[in-house]
Design a binder for this molecule. Structure first.
Ligand code: HH2
Length: 299
């Protein structure tokens, strides 16, 4: 039965989904010399904090601070070096008093512990607690959020001929198993976000299929984070280099939102936020509860 007085089904009733929540933007802040897109740009903590302030002004409510590149072929970094890179940035961001969740992109318990002590509230582990099982207990004990991501292999070798029979089913099963592991380690369900790991041990066609069938991952019932920003599969489709992949990034974020993703890890926060605001306003009744300044734009 339609719930409104016009007798028409709402979008949620048509699709059988829960009401569409607003998208959350996670701005990328890589404090590394070698990240594939912004490597070297924010090695100076002052520049990194200024970038963080920009990301928040552009619409990010999470900033993902990373001190180790996970690009294909990247060499591991020692915990001490990773800490040297990220800690001053987390402390600097906290000192600004910005209303933003700081995420630490790490797989190491020592880095996560110091980052949480400095104010990080989300641990984004691309190994989903496989590299350092103690990280799961830390997240549980400290009551912070975590993102569990799928990756086939490890960054150094992950693009060496990855093979799947059914990439979506295998990624979903993996995530389900890691969620079980996290729960057993004492992490509460509402603290867990899942991520299919676009570009991590996947060929172009695997990434595209994961995006096309992302609703099957969202069906696990946990918030889905998606990280397509400027990645090489977009270059394979469009023929464009990293900094010129914004249109492809937006297209994938829009598709992912429509298929249930809610957190978007991106370099270019403002244009992606605008695109998703339009989609959210279109597929939900969110415009009714928009802040006045934005609702005016829609009238
Ligand atoms: N992608 C990268 C790094 N961390 N975390 C999550 N949860 N999901 C992702 O898709 C993801 C991630 C790789 O991108 P980037 O940080 O831009 O590059 P690099 O790893 O070279 O620093």
């Amino acid at each position: 039965m339609p719930s409104n007085t016009t007798g028409r089904l709402t979008p949620e009733e048509r699709t059988g989904r829960e009401p569409v929540g607003p998208p959350t933007l996670m701005g990328i802040l890589n404090v590394t010399p070698d990240s594939f897109s912004d490597g070297g740009a924010y090695l100076d903590p002052t520049a990194a904090v200024a970038r963080g302030v920009e990301l928040v002004a552009a619409g990010a409510s999470i900033i993902d601070v990373g001190g180790e590149s996970t690009r294909p072929g990247a060499e591991p970094v020692a915990a001490a070096e990773e800490l040297r890179r990220v800690l001053p940035v987390i402390e600097g961001l906290r000192a600004t008093g910005l209303d933003v969740v700081i995420s630490i992109d790490t797989s190491k318990v020592a880095v996560a512990r110091a980052a949480i002590d400095a104010g990080a509230r989300l641990v984004n582990d691309v190994t989903a607690f496989r590299a350092d099982p103690a990280l799961a207990s830390l997240v549980g004990e400290r009551g912070v959020d975590c993102c569990l991501m799928h990756m086939r292999g490890e960054p150094r070798t992950m693009q060496d001929d990855p093979h799947y029979d059914d990439v979506v089913a295998e990624v979903r099963d993996f995530l389900e198993e890691r969620v079980g592991y996290a729960l057993a380690a004492g992490i509460r369900r509402e603290r867990i976000v899942i991520d299919p790991g676009i570009g991590f041990g996947k060929r172009v066609e695997h990434n595209l299929e994961l995006l096309a069938r992302l609703d099957e991952i969202a069906a696990l019932g946990l918030p889905v984070l998606i990280g397509t920003s400027r990645k090489s599969f977009l270059g394979a489709v469009t023929g464009r280099e990293g900094g010129d992949r914004l249109a492809g990034t937006i297209a994938t974020c829009v598709m992912a939102f429509e298929r249930g993703a809610r957190i978007f890890r991106v370099h270019d926060v403002a244009p992606v936020a605008d695109a998703l605001a339009v989609v959210a306003a279109t597929v939900s009744e969110r415009w009714k509860t928009m802040p006045r300044s934005r609702a005016r734009l829609t009238s």
